[in-house]
Design a protein around this ligand. Sequence first.
Ligand code: DAH
Length: 347
Amino acid sequence: MVQDEQWATDLAAIEEQALQALAKISDESDLQAWRTLHLGRSSAVMQTFTRLGQAPKEQRPALGQAANRVKQALESALALREQALGQAELERSLSSERLDVTLPGRQPHLGRLHIATQTLREIYRVFAEMGFQVYRSREVETDAFNFELLNIPAYHPARDMWDTFHTTTPGVVLRTHTSPGQIHAMREFAPEPVRVILPGMCYRYEQSSVRHEIQFNQVEVLAVGRGITFGDLKGTLQEFARRLFGQNVRTRLRPSYFPFTEPSAEMDVECFVCGGAGCQICKGSGWLEILGCGMVHPLVLQNGGYDPAVYSGFAAGMGPERMTILRYRIEDIRNFWGNDVRFLEQF
Ligand code: DAH
């Protein structure tokens, strides 16, 4: 009986100690350590089973049952603790990763086409409708293509019209206009008819200012075939202006001079700002110059591989940035390549 009591107090102490330790655990890995210590092979409860053999035979069943109860009590306390810790962990992660689906979303920053690209694409569209293909030509040119084949010989005073960037390779320049593309296109198409526009960047060695920039786009227009007349030039360019600026826009041609066309002209459109009455933008004239044009010079046709006795053609060259400036009343041409988003975002 005495020994019986001793066993009972031992078991009660084992249980109490284990439960106290369990209550302090707040971490899953500590739970594993606790399991080993209090329910493992060499834990106090399990040792009790080993020691059962030393007890008097008639007491063994009762002692065994008592030890079993303690073991089961510890196991179920462990299970409860495990569950509680798991639940706490779940709640913690749910609340820390909470997503408020009612918050307003962040606006993605929308990109847009550069204003020069927008104008270029409008020009492509209008000419495409009239049957013109886009033909790309190089930005680095030889003196021959940029000047000589366009009827601008060395030392000719007309060269002063184009301030040129020369490269370190003699005779190689950055194109000063898209006109050299005329020769490339003609040589590729001859003797078939040509109907192309040639867009691209041009470079001029100038002091940059509000009105001048060392780089700018041009779009060259070229049509070569049999029986093309000045009337075709006028009709095509007028129609272009109407499709780009509006059906009611008025245009006019003024005589001019370019070495690669004969006769040559410049086309004006009625000022979009004042409607022809005269304002600051059109300098009181009511007209805005938008392009140079003319009938392709016989020497240029010949350099392109066409017999000028059989073929004729017209050409034109325009500056999309210049046209954009007029249209949106942009004050400084340097804004185009200044990469200031405050400017670019306006279009
Ligand atoms: N290439 C000329 C320039 O840069 C513009 C030009 C004028 C092009 C008349 C033409 C043309 O094709 O016919 O100033």
